[in-house]
Design a protein around this ligand. Structure first.
Ligand SMILES: [Cu+2]
Length: 478
């Protein structure tokens, strides 16, 4: 049994009216995700099959042989309710070994999907059953942890939604948005995962085609003024999504680990790789004048804005019905202010030393992953990680298995409070994270979620509890 989160007293105060659907019929048909089929009769158990295999998918009018879960891009949406047991019968039909990592979910270590550390690789033709309880409402996602940049970049990712039917958000028009990108040539052949060599690794390779639920520039229909709830995951291997709705505001109600302390409004929304955002949007406009959802340029380091263009992610078309006058939506979550008193400080320095032998490698505290020793934490220990990014590229920092609070960035307190498992550490800056290592022993990964950076050395592990760390056999990719 998983200990309850000690950082928060979860108490939700809904301030909402009854739910009502306003969206025109078929409003989200172009953004429909395949859904995993629950084969278990018990309402508290979701049991599904998941198969990794090559499949032909249509992207931008072209047939692309992608790497998929169950033949679709993205993989199927796995729908659960908080407290459910999820059983996943996974089979690998790829020519390469793989695993499934459940990003953000507080699983036991043997369900974490990291080869050599939490389970053996699942080789071609083999199967593995994942079986765990989803304790925390929120949007999560799943992807491989073997050659992650390649396998995720080729299409292996999907969303895991953990719904709380009593969350009090009375917006009927809800959408799960899996944002990603993919690269392929004129024949529909996937761009090689090692294109550009060591420099490509440092830049973080982005696919040319931006996708929303596997589609390029899909259309969404809306009635002006009616609220929609979008639960967004950035499943791209490197691309940051900096979302703009022609200046119309987003109301952010939650992030990685469910609701944040209070709702916030923003005109532009940054979602870095691995992160999730739960937002209310109230698009306003008139029939015949579509409203674009754009990915703006975001400077995450050299090569990320030069010679690059703003992308249209989706288009919102309005019905001709009169504008809805809906009350603004706000949520709150009571969270005890995190205290750093008694927390063990841990320095984590991210760096990119000058090239050696024409090769670059990222380092954490002076070593790339293949030379790293695990950090250590006692069961139940509170640690304050001081993550200093000495490099000229941003790094979305992800810790497996545990949520953390971001205490401050460049010395400025970060509010509202939120449970995070992935947070961007901007270039040349420091953030401090407070982590409560609960009673789940094991060797847990942390890494940059620009997956090229992770494969290029920016990974490490923390051994929680006394069991000896198993070590790993990760090799430099070049
Ligand atoms: Cu990085």
């Amino acid at each position: 049994m998983l200990p309850r989160l000690t950082l928060v007293a979860a108490l939700l105060v809904p301030c909402l009216a009854a739910a009502q659907s306003f969206a025109p019929a078929g409003w989200a048909d172009e953004l429909k995700l395949n859904e995993a089929v629950d084969q278990h009769p018990d309402p508290g158990i979701v049991e599904i099959d998941l198969v990794a295999k090559l499949a032909d998918v249509q992207v931008d009018g072209k047939t692309v042989r992608a790497w998929t879960y169950n033949g679709s891009l993205p993989g199927p949406l796995v729908r659960t309710r908080v407290g459910d047991r999820l059983i996943v019968h996974f089979t690998n039909q790829l020519d390469q070994p793989t695993t499934v990592h459940w990003h953000g979910v507080r699983v036991p270590i043997d369900m974490d999907g990291v080869p050599d550390i939490s389970q053996p690789e699942v080789r071609k033709g083999e199967s593995f059953t994942y079986d765990f309880v989803v304790h925390d409402a929120g949007l999560y996602w799943y992807h491989p942890h073997v050659m992650s940049a390649a396998q995720v970049g080729f299409g292996l990712y999907g969303a895991l939604l953990v719904e709380d039917p009593a969350d009090g958000v009375s917006v009927d028009d809800q959408l799960t948005l899996v944002l990603s990108d993919i690269g392929f040539d004129a024949r529909g052949v996937l761009e090689p995962a090692d294109s550009g060599g060591s420099a490509g690794m440092v830049f973080g390779r982005e696919g040319e085609f931006v996708l929303a639920n596997g589609r390029r520039r899909p259309t969404l229909r809306a009635r002006s003024g009616a609220p929609q709830r979008w639960r967004i995951v950035n499943a791209a291997k490197s691309r940051f999504f900096y979302l703009d709705l022609d200046g119309q505001p987003f109301t952010v109600i939650g992030t990685d680990g469910g609701f944040q302390e209070t709702a916030t409004r923003t005109d532009i929304l940054l979602v870095t790789p691995g992160e999730r955002i739960d937002v209310i949007v109230t698009p306003r406009g008139t029939a015949g004048t579509p409203l674009p959802l754009r990915a703006m340029l975001y400077n995450r380091g050299y090569g990320s804005v030069e010679y690059r263009a703003v992308e249209e992610v989706a288009l919102i078309e309005f019905s001709s019905e009169p504008e809805v006058k809906a009350a603004p939506i706000a949520t709150t979550r009571a969270m005890a202010a995190p205290s750093v008193v008694g927390a063990t400080p841990v320095d984590v320095v991210l760096a990119l030393p000058a090239m050696k032998n024409n090769k670059s490698e990222f380092q954490v505290n002076g070593v790339p992953f293949w030379k790293a020793k695990p950090y250590a934490a006692k069961l139940g220990e509170k640690q304050l990680w001081i993550v200093k990014n000495d490099s000229d590229w941003d790094h979305p920092f992800h810790l497996h298995g545990f949520f953390f609070h971001v205490i401050d960035e460049r010395g400025q307190p970060v509010r509202p409070l939120a449970l995070k498992d992935t947070v961007n550490v901007p270039m040349k800056s420091t953030i401090r994270l407070l982590i409560d290592f609960d009673e789940r022993p094991g060797e847990w990964m942390f890494h940059c979620h620009i997956l090229d950076h992770a494969d290029g050395g920016l990974m490490g592990t923390v051994q929680v509890g006394d069991a000896p760390a198993k070590g790993h056999t990760h090799k430099p990719p070049y």
